[in-house]
Structures are given as C-alpha cells and as structure tokens.
Design a protein around this ligand. Structure first.
Ligand code: KG4
Ligand code: ZN
Length: 344
C-alpha cells in the first residue's frame, strides 16, 4: 500500500491531501479563494498565485499532522503541473519538487485533467477501463475515451467557451456573483426552463464538438430586453446547455467504439439537473453511469494524489526539472478543431 501526498494549485483552490493506493483519503484540506476573486467576477492570476504561495506550505504541514505522519512515510509526492494559471501551478510544483528532493521519494507531475479523468476510480473501485468521460469544468469541456492511465483519446472539445465558463458568465449577466454555477442552478429551481427562447449551438451537427458563446450572447440579449424573470432566464439557460451536452454526447458516442460506462467529472458534474439527465442518458444506452461525490468533482487535491497513486502503480515518475505546463492537452494527437480558441 502506497501513500501519496497530492497538491493542487492550478486555479483558485489551494489543496493538499494524503491518498492511499487502496483508495483511502487519509487527510485533506482545501482553501477556496472565492472571496478574493469575487469583486472581479473571475479568477485574477496574480492574486491566485500569491494566495497559493501564502497558504500551501502551512496546509501541507497541517495535512501531515492531521494524519499523524512524517514526510518519511510518504511513498511519492504528486502535484498539478498544468494546465492552469502558471503562477499557481509553479507554487505547487516547486513545493512538490522540494519535498521529493528532501525525502528522496519520486515526484509525480500530474496533468490536472488526468486528475479529473481518474478521480471516478478513486471513488469507485469497480470502474475499469475503458470508459467514456464527460469532463466539464470552468476551463475544460471535453468528451474523452479513457483506455488506461495516460491513455486518452479526445472525442470532442469546445470551439469557444467551456460549460462551466458559460454558467459563470450567465451568473455574471444575472448579477449572481462568482463562482456562478451553483448560483445559476439554485435560481433555476425557481424558474421555468421553457420560457426564454435560447439557441442550442451546434445541436444537430455531425461533429460532436461544443460551442457556448452564442448561448451566452443570447442570454445577454434576453436579459437586456427586460422581458424575462431572472429565474426563468437561469432555468432556460441551464436547459439549453443541457440539451447541447446530451446531443453532443450522443454524436460522440455514436461515432466511437462502444464503452461500458459513462463517467462525468469536473466542477459542472456537481450540477444535480445535469447529473440526473446524464444518468438517464446512460441508462437508455445501456451504460453504467459513474459520477464522483461532489467534493471530488470540483478542484481538489485528493484527485491529484490518486492520479499519483495510479501513475506510481504503473511505474511512472517525473524528473526534478519537469517544467510547469500552462497548456497540456490530455490527447496531444487530437486534431485542432476549426474555429477553436485554446481549451486544454
Ligand atoms: O473543476 P472546477 O472546480 O475547476 C476547473 O478546473 O475549472 O470547476 C469549476 C467550474 C466553475 O465554472 C463552476 O461555475 C462550475 O464548475 N460549477 C457548476 C456547479 N458547481 C460548480 N456549474 C453548474 N452547476 C453547478 N452546481
Ligand atoms: Zn479542474
């Protein structure tokens, strides 16, 4: 049984966790920076990096103390090495390098997306490869085929905004603050999803990619028209986004070899309406549906520690001069998508 320290600092959560190869989270701590970024309506990289630098070392000490462990008890040190905001990533990665160096234990430079991609296997010991993964967060929006540790095939990506980003922008338009996803979901419960006519970008297209920019612009126009209640806007947006997700998923899976399970990961997987719809979608296709517990969906260090355990078990580790990578696609061979701005 191996114990791996996981460190996450790629966006606005500072987190550390101790995870074992037999799927136990021995200790974990997480500090959100929501309040620091709220006045700006989004994450400010410089503020994020400074906050990680201030909080991470004491947090690692606290996690070790929570577990009653010494650094010598670790089998490896894992940290997010990208993709993400480079200042924050470097704080976590350099901390991990220092610990690996001092303890003489392996360093694991983890792709944050691999953390999300493998997190369902931490929660569910029965989930084997391959599986279809819908990865939907603030920065990422992809459908992947996961064949093993380090073996990812991208089936679809977004040509503009990520799904979580669309939720965050809608929240901003409706004056709900940041982070927006949970606030939009809450307000949507009081609204009617059929009231505001909104587009479903790319629905019906034979390519499985996503697009949410046009949906966001339509929400802006609907809000400015003054004709709709905010709750109806929130509910109609959520429904339109969900319709896009289900249609895109259908196209992606129809084009791919059959997979026994559908897995959702990333912050948007915390949305109960989307989760329920995905569960039904999977059932109709005869697929098992796996969604990690909410705390494992949004950014956390347990998923980084777990990805470390998986990579350690498959005999992989990384050199001490490993470079932080602000951009780091899970499937480097995937063709660029026409019209796409960068999304990892
Ligand atoms: O995975 P995550 O914590 O960070 C990234 O790697 O981006 O995802 C955060 C994203 C944000 O865009 C947030 O608004 C969205 O996930 N999110 C939600 C919900 N909870 C978080 N979106 C919709 N409904 C939710 N309940
Ligand atoms: Zn994430």
């Amino acid at each position: 049984m191996a114990v791996v320290l996981g460190i996450e600092s790629s966006c606005d959560e500072t987190a550390a966790a101790l995870v074992t190869s037999d799927r136990r989270i021995i200790a974990q701590r997480i500090a959100s920076q929501d309040e620091a970024h709220a006045p700006y309506g989004g994450v400010v990289p410089e503020i994020a990096a400074r906050a990680h630098a201030e909080r991470l070392a004491p947090m690692i000490e606290a996690v070790m103390a929570d577990a009653g462990m010494d650094y010598g008890d670790l089998d490896a040190v894992a940290a997010t090495a990208g993709p993400g905001l480079i200042g924050g990533v470097m704080v976590g990665l350099v901390s991990a390098k220092a610990l690996a160096m001092a303890t003489g234990k392996p360093l694991l430079a983890i792709n944050h997306l691999e953390g999300h991609a493998l997190s369902p296997r931490l929660a569910d010991g029965d989930l084997g490869f391959p599986y279809a993964l819908l990865l939907v967060s603030g920065g990422h929006c992809q459908i992947l085929r996961v064949d093993g540790v380090g073996r990812y095939t991208r089936l679809a990506t977004t040509i503009d905004d990520a799904l979580g980003e669309a939720f965050d922008k809608t929240a901003k338009i409706l004056g709900l603050g940041y982070p927006g996803g949970p606030a939009v979901e809450r307000l949507a419960r009081e609204g009617d999803p059929g009231v505001v006519p909104l587009p479903r970008p790319l629905v019906g297209s034979g390519e499985p990619h996503f697009s949410f920019a046009g949906l966001k612009s339509a929400v802006v126009r609907a809000k400015e028209s003054g004709r709709f209640r905010d709750a109806d806007l929130a509910a109609s947006f959520q429904q339109a986004a969900l319709d896009c997700v289900l249609d895109r998923l259908r196209v992606a899976l129809d084009h791919a070899d059959a997979m026994p399970a559908l897995v959702v990961a990333g912050g948007v997987a915390a949305n109960q309406v989307i989760r329920a719809a995905l569960e039904q979608f999977a059932r109709e296709r005869g697929m098992r549906f796996v969604a990690p517990p909410l705390a494992l969906c949004t950014d956390n260090a347990a998923m980084i520690g777990w990805a470390g355990c998986e990579r350690l078990a498959s005999g992989q580790d990384d050199p001490l001069d490993f470079q932080a990578r602000p951009r780091w696609p899970l499937d480097p061979d995937a063709e660029p998508v026409r019209g796409a701005g960068y999304k990892a």
